[in-house]
Design a protein. Structure first.
Length: 76
């Protein structure tokens, strides 16, 4: 049985996994700070930020994953 050691078995580029974790923590910290330190307007802005930022973040990282995915040796 010969295994290609360069293949990433999960099918998701590891840089995308790292970027997802980084930006998720960053967004959570930003929204948490906005909720703790702000008034009503700032809390509303935090909710709007979450509603807009999460789909944008997911879409951007999905596109990066598709571009960076190994199409020659796909995961099983």
């Amino acid at each position: 049985m010969s295994e290609d050691v360069q293949r990433k078995p999960d099918g998701v580029p590891h840089t995308v996994v790292g970027l997802t974790a980084f930006f998720s923590v960053l967004l959570a910290m930003l929204v948490g700070i906005m909720f703790v330190s702000g008034g009503t307007f700032v809390k509303g802005a935090a909710v709007v930020l979450v509603i807009a930022a999460i789909p944008a973040l997911v879409g951007a990282l999905r596109g990066k994953a598709e571009r960076d995915r190994d199409h020659v040796h796909p995961s099983r």
